[in-house]
Design a protein around this ligand. Structure first.
Ligand SMILES: [Zn+2]
Length: 274
């Protein structure tokens, strides 16, 4: 654990970029061997749009990074946050508790809020308009959503009282987890099912991308599945019955044009037929 702490305390930006690019490449290769769905799409054009949104997410986080750094430092200097108030514990346990809580606030909670608050849904909607879910969908986030997610991550750092190495470790695992659970891959059903008791498996997250409610409003988790199971937001759907997208926005020409996607939050609200 010492080595992990040392590595993530001083992880260079280039390594963080490498984790992100390496993850996309790895899952992209897996997808081309044995895809879950045989999409009739231009994979490069689709990836181009999603990678654009990945880059805007990186830019938002780059400019705000100093706030995150200062917040983590402040919690340690002032002995503030859940981890600081808990009795001294083994490093592994300390990391697991911290990662679980960061995942709860920085992923599960913000995601739940995005689905429940109409104004925020307008921004998150872009992520759900993708009807060809693959590993590049992972960071298809409107810049407005990236800012909101950053705010919740920072809030998480304050509440959890996590040191910076833990934040970097969390962010790296979070990127790989989202690339994994969006990837257009298929695991043996039994394995997927067993995994879904610990982490968010591909089948579990794909249910969240089913085009109709109530499925869209379930399975909000990113790394750990415990939060959905604990708060009753877990749901399952046979993988053969999955239809990706969101029922209010099913037009291909709308969902694959960058300008339109950027403007979606400011367009007239469309309510679901349900
Ligand atoms: Zn969502």
């Amino acid at each position: 654990m010492h080595d992990i702490i040392n590595y993530f305390s001083t992880i260079p930006s280039s390594h963080r970029a490498l984790i992100l690019a390496g993850g996309i490449t790895f899952f992209w290769i897996l997808e081309s061997f044995k895809p879950f769905k045989n999409f009739k799409y231009n994979k490069w054009h689709h990836a181009g749009i999603n990678i654009f949104f990945t880059l805007t997410t990186i830019i938002v986080n780059f400019f705000l990074a100093i706030i995150l750094l200062k917040s983590a430092q402040w919690t340690i200097d002032n002995n503030f946050g859940i981890l600081q108030w808990l009795p001294k514990m083994n490093n592994w346990l300390y990391a697991i508790v911290g990662l679980l809580l960061l995942d709860f606030i920085g992923a599960y909670l913000v995601h739940l809020v995005e689905h429940k608050v109409k104004f925020l849904w307008r921004f998150h909607l872009i992520h759900h308009t993708d009807t060809w879910i693959d590993t590049t969908t992972a960071n298809r986030h409107h810049p407005g959503e990236s800012v909101l997610r950053f705010i919740f991550t920072t809030l998480g750092v304050f509440i959890v009282g996590s040191p910076m190495w833990m934040v970097f470790l969390y962010q790296s695992l979070s990127v790989l987890a989202t690339q994994f659970n969006h990837a257009n891959i298929v695991l043996p059903k039994r394995l997927d099912n067993i995994l879904s008791y610990i982490i968010v498996s591909p089948d579990m997250h794909k249910v969240h991308h089913h085009y109709k409610l109530p499925y869209t409003d379930s399975n909000y988790g990113n790394i750990f599945s415990v939060w959905d199971r604990l708060f009753g937001t877990y749901s399952s759907l046979d993988r053969d019955n999955l239809v990706y997208g969101v029922d209010t926005h099913m037009k291909e020409e709308e969902n694959n044009r960058l300008k339109n996607l950027l403007l979606i939050p400011f367009q007239k609200y469309r309510s679901s037929n349900d």
